[in-house]
Design a protein around this ligand. Structure first.
Ligand SMILES: [Zn+2]
Length: 197
């Protein structure tokens, strides 16, 4: 789902142009970054559902802190609050919302492995609509996110005023090139998601 998360970041960038793209991309992926930090300590882990078919969400993710509903909300709130220092209150709100968007997208694709409370306290039912069980549908959703994000990104870049000394057709070529490179990178990520890399 990496491509889908990043596609969303590219789309948000179009709507919140003051926020750097790297910050939005990092925000979409922030819960997984913390997961990767906790992983070596055995606090959160992965188990392979079907080792023969590692593609598309072939793993159950035991991320009972970072990927619990309440945990994700807390991480989003703290990250948004920190982001409000460099980027103001609006920027902080956008970053917080983007951090939490990761949980929403994960909720759609994950098999039921997302707890409500941190540490799965109270043994409440685990959440996840399991779209990953249908690789074609998952790829289509992700492709839609990538294409929408890339399109919004391109639209915004194309609408920027041409710098006074720049040649308008050079400028247009530059916008098209960056947008195309972004799209190709996202599509490659999507391919790696589909192959389960
Ligand atoms: Zn995740």
């Amino acid at each position: 789902m990496i491509a889908g998360h990043f596609g969303l970041a590219a789309g948000v960038k179009a709507k919140a142009p003051r926020l750097p793209l790297w910050a939005l991309m990092l925000a979409t992926f922030w819960l997984d970054v913390i997961f990767i930090i906790l992983f070596p300590f055995g606090i959160e882990s992965l188990t392979q559902v079907d080792p023969a078919h590692p593609a598309y969400g072939g793993a159950l993710i035991h991320a009972y802190y970072t990927h619990s509903l309440v945990g994700a909300l807390l991480i989003a709130a703290v990250t948004g609050w920190l982001a409000s220092y460099p980027w103001g209150q609006d920027g902080g709100l956008v970053i917080g919302a983007v951090v939490f968007s990761h949980w929403i997208l994960d909720l759609i694709v994950h098999r039921p492995d997302l707890p409500i409370l941190p540490g799965n306290a109270g043994n409440l039912p685990l959440l996840g609509f399991g779209l990953w069980e249908f690789p074609v549908a998952s790829a289509i959703v992700e492709l839609a996110l990538v294409l929408t994000g890339a399109y919004l990104y391109y639209q915004r870049a194309a609408a920027l005023p041409v710098p006074p000394k720049a040649n308008p057709s050079d400028q247009r070529r530059r916008v098209l090139t960056t947008s195309l490179v972004t799209t190709v990178l996202l599509l490659l990520l999507l391919l790696s998601d589909v192959l389960g890399l």
